[in-house]
Design a protein around this ligand. Sequence first.
Ligand code: F6P
Length: 554
Amino acid sequence: MESLAIAEGQVAQIQQQLKLQASQLREVSLSDLMSDSQRAEQLSARFCGWHVDLSKQRWQPETLRLLASWADSRGLQEQRRRLFAGSIVNPSEHRPALHPMLRWPQERPAPPGAEEQGAEDQVTFAQQQRRRMAALVEKVRSGHWRGITGQPVRDVIHIGVGGSDLGPRLVSQALQETHPQDEVAVHFVSTMDATQLVPLMQRLDPASTLLVLASKSFTTADTQFNLNTALAWLASSLEVSVDQVCEQQLIGVSARPARMSEFGIPEDHQLVFAEGVGGRFSLWSPIGISLAIHIGMPAFNELLAGAHAMDRHFLETPTRENLPALLALVGAWNCQWLNIPSHAVLPYDGRLDCLPDYLQQLEMESNGKSVDISGKGVDHPTCPILWGDVGPNGQHAFYQLLHQGSHTVSADFLAVRRRHHQAPSNLQGPLQDQHNLTLANCLAQAQLMALGDDAIPASLKDHMARGYRGNQPNTLLLIDELTPWNLGALLAMYEHKVFVQSVLWGINPFDQPGVELGKLLAQGIYRTLTDKQDDGSDRINDPSTDFLISLVTA
Ligand SMILES: O=P(O)(O)OC[C@H]1O[C@](O)(CO)[C@@H](O)[C@@H]1O
């Protein structure tokens, strides 16, 4: 009790100092801060060929020191140890968070504490499922998987939503250039209204199409309805029963093997992962099978190796050089202490088109909460509103607001140093020009966001209108190359950033109670829309919604 009181006293004192720093730094422009020639070196971090520029943030080295002490006083080291040991870090669901175990190499000693929690068995289980997944991947890629009519697989339809879709889709798209889809094409279907499914059913050959149903719970309506439609399409086109399609042209991935069996998926075609792996952290599990069919197992294993390297970096590096911790600290600083409620993710690489969507789920579903782990309301802002787009396209859309609008917005810029070096030699020149143009735009936009009017070149000062707001804090992440390894490390970095922020804010980042009620209400309204006998007793009535229901059912 006494030590808790001391810790609380210490937290309060550091928070007081942070408040003071924030009020002082609000008065100083980024332009002034950035005039210090040491700053770029002092406020940057490195990791395996990456450079992270934190010098365009509205902070000082002293702020970083204070924030690091804040993290210590919030028990970051102990919480991180508990995460990696497989302790219960998700108390509302009484679960650990086992995503690091999915990429932990068997030959490495287990993380400290893992033995007592039985988490070593989780590493073994994950590896065993990965071997089963590798066998299925090989069978599909080599043409040995045969459908009902004996045809090899030419197309895979991956059906999943949220964490069962965004990660595999992101990495598959990001690696399209270096891993063209030759033999087997992979397609992702997520929206519950069948928007992505309909065109696929119109153009794919049912005889050579394999379905992958990816759903941790195996109950998500979006996914189940897409699956039922896809099964009906295959059964009627091939003139067989739905059961036969389930047996020969469907792979299931879930944490609930009994549900898959009940559905009619043979055990050999089921891949399982632990309940303790959160949906938005499940890319590394067999949820990634369609991605692995696209890029091959060696590249998939590289992705895991990159994520594991980031796990080790996160575990072993002091806070002030620790990338996930630094991003978490600066994010919390912006949001909680500088009151900046909005954060843009701006990749200067079209291959990372899906990154803003992926991070929206990862960050907002995890930390979009205003009650703490003990159920008490928190009295400060937590996760910012996260949004974004491929930077160069955003320049022609919402950047006007970033530069002259009335809102303060923080941003992560992402760019890749080397690209197109494997392109055909006749295209190297023009493609390199495009790459340089992209990098130039990235650097210019980060500069303009930070400096505002002070970014106007002297020669133009007399002719240009003013009013560029500046002071929009941003981080620039420069990655050497977009490889599976770097992508794995990048996504794991953001996972751990989310975890560190949850520790700072005292939030459980591994549940999502806010999502559940919406699903429940939709079920009641769905029954009203489809069942004429339904009396609407299992839903809430309000005149506005009732009127809309009457329009839809008219
Ligand atoms: O994999 P499942 O169980 O189908 O769930 C899909 C997604 O739905 C959610 O539960 C809520 O949107 C996410 O957390 C999850 O990634």
